[in-house]
Design a protein around this ligand. Structure first.
Ligand code: HEC
Length: 181
């Protein structure tokens, strides 16, 4: 390649670069991009504004009181099918793999006649109030380590609330609902 050829190529390359620079400059001047301050498509992440939640907070769901306020015992009766393999609910019904559950709400734990409870459950002590029942039914083996109720738990808050509302209709239905706050 002689010098003349080389110069021609170099000039062509240089011209190309200049053209690109000019186009770029003109394009920026012509378009003036402006960016909206709000996201065009807001993503609904629930009603808790991020500013209300400190970074280390666990976002707590509605309390059992709130859930029970709108719980449906009839739906709870359907949920109870998961329990019926091991529990009866009629007054004076027999114990099966688990104790009869008539009137269990607000009764002392591990107190049903003729059922042989695990030590873990008896040692837990106290009554089956709404909160304890809710925690137990969510994950029995977390709430009472060593319980012999082999049941994984009911994950959905609403299902547990319906179920507890159903248990409430059996026996002492005068047990007042917890405050819905
Ligand atoms: C595989 C059998 C089985 C299933 C299914 C089961 N349970 Fe139990 N449940 C037991 C056994 C066994 C115990 C006794 C636990 C112990 O002594 O540690 C028990 C204990 C309980 C107690 C404590 C009763 C008391 O007198 O202290 C409650 C309340 C209870 N179950 C509710 C339920 C509900 C509601 C369901 C359905 C969501 C359910 N269980 C599903 C076997 C079962």
């Amino acid at each position: 390649m002689n010098t003349f050829e080389f110069n021609k190529i170099a000039a062509a390359v240089l011209a190309g670069v200049l053209i690109i620079m000019v186009i770029n400059e003109v394009a920026t001047l012509a378009v003036h991009p402006t960016y909206p301050e709000e996201t065009a498509y807001a993503i609904d992440t629930g009603d808790v504004a991020s500013s209300e939640v400190a970074s280390n907070d666990v976002v707590a769901g509605p309390s059992i009181g709130e859930l029970l306020a709108s719980a449906d015992p009839a739906k709870g009766e359907a949920v109870f099918k998961k329990c019926a393999a091991c529990h009866t609910v009629e007054q004076g019904g027999p114990n099966k793999i688990g104790p009869n559950l008539y009137g269990v709400l607000n009764s002392p734990k591990g107190a049903h006649d003729g059922f042989s409870y695990s030590d873990a459950l008896v040692e837990k002590g106290g009554d089956w109030g709404y909160n304890d029942l809710d925690l137990f039914l969510a994950k029995p083996r977390d709430f009472i380590k060593g319980t012999k109720m082999s049941f994984a738990g009911i994950k959905k808050d609403e299902d547990r609330a319906d179920l507890i509302a159903y248990l409430r209709t059996l026996g002492k239905s005068d047990v007042p609902l917890p405050p819905a706050e």
